[in-house]
Design a protein around this ligand. Structure first.
Ligand code: PLP
Length: 397
């Protein structure tokens, strides 16, 4: 019999669409996919060279559970350089991707009965991770008009005496929205009144911010450092999703608890990836800047296209590589075959089946009125995708 814990976890809702996309591709149908959650670039050359050198140098063994001192040192310096934050390397723990740091952080903080506040639309794994830790995810639905950002009032209303954790994700997956320093200060003001709440700040898209400088909760309220877990990694900014390298920086007692869990569950990430990560943080950032500029051009293109489609509502996201238009206008409409579109999942299924366009339904992220389009694709693909989207939506009545 499968454990209650495993049974409580929802399978990924995005799998249905990707399974459909694969099946149609196998049948020879032309599929354009805007469903990727990863950059379409290669890892920068100097980062790859550092990994090759590590292999050739025989850097093949287990490293310290929390990561090599050299990598943690590089992360500590990066946090000072880019974020004006002071973390001793002992307060940093490297992991197999930000995902692992997030999951272990929740395991280290949450007990059964505790509540974790998760603003929606959210990255799919947060509620499931909270559930795996035995806690209750409390989702807070935000509005399109607020660019899907949680207001201080919504935060205040969601807090109960059981609230243990607040998860913040900026830039956001799936919306691309970024909290401004001012907005974060307002949220921090609420949090000042609740000293027992920990903040998990997922800043994995930090390097993909277009207009303003990236701001996290600790730039807004440095005094929250003793209860903030800063999560970051190499996947998105350096196009290193497959290398599986992320980290958490936080107060010593939580870091030590996460280290204990990690030592029993996985140990340190790959020694080779750690050498690559060190090169990424100590080396030149030209490739990161280049990728950001490309994402910005694509964002401008896709937003302009979406805005020109009557019925879609869209705001210009300031980070990550996603747009999340409101599709509520189309709910209740019918396809030319007479099938009713009753949800974002129905709409995405229709787009993949009829137009060969793969997108991700907002249902998967806790926001039924949106769909997520990733622009981590070439301009040619984006142009074709917009033709298909426009045609598909026009054919609904
Ligand atoms: N956090 C967010 C918001 C993400 O979108 C992702 C990846 O999709 C992750 C964390 C996980 O990143 P990693 O590849 O470092 O595990």
């Amino acid at each position: 019999m499968i454990s209650k814990r495993a049974q409580s976890v929802a399978p990924s809702e995005t799998l249905k669409i990707s399974a459909k996309a694969k099946e149609l591709k196998r049948q020879g149908k032309s599929i354009v996919s805007l469903s990727a959650g990863e950059p379409d670039f290669n890892t920068p050359e100097h980062v790859c060279s550092a990994a090759i050198k590590a292999i050739k140098d025989g850097f093949h063994g287990y490293t310290m559970n929390t990561g090599t001192p050299e990598l943690r040192n590089a992360i500590s310096k990066k946090l000072k350089r880019d974020n004006d934050l002071n973390y001793d390397p002992s307060q940093i723990i490297c992991s197999n991707g930000a995902k692992q740091s997030l999951g272990f952080s929740m395991l280290a903080l949450l007990d059964p009965g505790d509540e974790a506040i998760i603003p929606a639309p959210y990255w799919v794994s947060y509620p499931e991770m909270a559930k795996l830790a035995g806690a209750k995810p409390v989702t807070v639905r935000t509005s399109f008009d607020a660019n899907y950002k949680m207001t201080p009032q919504q935060l205040e209303e969601a807090i109960t005496e059981r609230t243990k954790v607040l998860v913040l994700c900026s830039p956001s997956n799936p919306t691309g929205a970024c909290y401004s320093l001012k907005e974060l200060k307002k949220l921090a003001e609420v949090l000042q009144d609740y000293p027992d709440i920990y903040i998990i700040s997922d800043e994995i898209y930090e390097y993909i911010v277009f207009e303003n400088e990236h701001a996290g909760i600790l730039q807004a309220a440095p005094d929250l450092a003793d209860r903030t877990l800063l999560i970051n990694g190499f996947s998105k900014g350096f196009a290193m999703t497959g290398w599986r390298l992320g980290y958490m920086a936080g107060p010593q007692d939580v870091v030590d608890a996460v280290a204990k869990i990690q030592s029993q569950e996985t140990s340190a990430p790959s020694s080779i990836s750690q050498k690559a990560g060190e090169a990424a943080y100590t080396g030149d950032l030209t490739a990161v800047t280049y990728m950001r500029e490309q994402f910005k051009k694509r964002r401008d293109f896709i937003v302009e296209e979406l805005e020109s489609i009557d019925g879609l509502k869209c705001f210009k996201p300031s980070g990550a590589f996603y747009v999340f238009p409101d599709i509520s206008h189309y709910l209740g409409m019918k396809t030319h075959q007479g099938e009713e579109i009753n949800s974002s999942t129905d709409l995405c299924m229709y787009l993949i089946e009829e137009q060969g366009l793969a997108t991700v339904p907002g249902d998967a992220f806790g926001e039924p009125n949106g769909i997520r389009l990733s622009y981590a694709s070439s301009m040619d693909e984006l142009e074709e995708a917009m033709i298909r989207l426009r045609k598909g939506l026009l054919e609904l009545a």
